[in-house]
Design a protein around this ligand. Structure first.
Ligand code: URA
Length: 235
């Protein structure tokens, strides 16, 4: 394939932009600058791709990423009042159609999965799949027995005609619980906590299914491993 087409396929922009990147001498392949945009190149031959002085992973299939969302970022491609999370990812990924699996509120931190595989988004967001999502919840008031019991038995949320109960709850200290839910309704954790007469001060998602956020720093991302994908029922 011609080099400019490969760059297009890798998300570096349209035909004109990719040709220009090459003509301006900004593309280095396997250690050498290539300024002929018609140069033939195959994915399998690329050991190293440097564009505009930055090394890039060559993408050869769908992307599945784990991202640690910082506070004050919107999970949106068209953010309104805060920057969007996508600006924290490599520029290249925006052009490859990366999108989040579900959303976290602006003030919520923690694990978000991102992909350009629409079927993956669909499968994991499906209510039928009941993927457990675990949140570390810091509460305004100490977690009383009554509060925990309400979340365990279920609470009604406005506009939803059914009760929502925690899949599991673990109390870490007087004001902090780990709450696992299997649905993904709008503001669900905050609304459940409010319905049980308390208030969320901080919300942080630590796992989704068998995938854990671990020690990944805020604002950083990594690829999901084959084991993690298999654990989500995807391979
Ligand atoms: N529940 C909420 O209330 N907010 C989130 O961001 C995620 C779950």
């Amino acid at each position: 394939m011609e080099l400019y087409r490969l760059l297009q396929q890798q998300g570096f922009g349209g035909r004109k932009e990719c040709k220009q990147l090459i003509e301006y001498g900004l593309v280095e392949l396997n250690g050498e600058i290539v300024d002929n945009y018609r140069q033939q190149v195959e994915l399998a031959d690329i050991r190293q791709l440097v564009v505009d002085d930055k090394p890039w992973d060559v993408v050869s299939g769908p992307l599945y990423l784990l991202f640690h969302k910082p506070p004050n970022y919107e999970t949106s491609h068209k953010p309104q009042h805060n920057p969007g999370i996508y600006r924290l990812l490599p520029y290249q990924f925006g052009n490859l159609g990366i999108t989040a699996v579900g959303r976290l509120d602006v003030d919520t931190t923690g694990l978000i999965l991102l992909t350009n595989d629409g079927q993956f988004v669909h499968a994991l967001s499906s209510p039928k799949k009941q993927v457990p999502k675990c949140y570390q919840v810091t509460l305004k008031h100490a977690a009383s027995e009554e509060f925990i019991a309400k979340l365990q038995t279920g609470v009604y949320l406005n506009d939803e005609g059914e009760e929502f109960a925690a899949d599991s709850i673990e109390q870490l200290d007087s004001h902090v619980i780990l709450l696992t839910i299997t649905q993904g309704k709008y503001h669900q954790v905050k609304r459940m906590v409010a319905a049980a007469s308390n208030r969320v001060e901080q919300l942080h998602r630590i796992s989704l299914g068998s995938v854990e956020l671990g020690e990944l720093p805020q604002g950083e991302w990594r690829h999901l491993s084959a084991e993690e994908l298999a654990g989500l029922g995807w391979s």
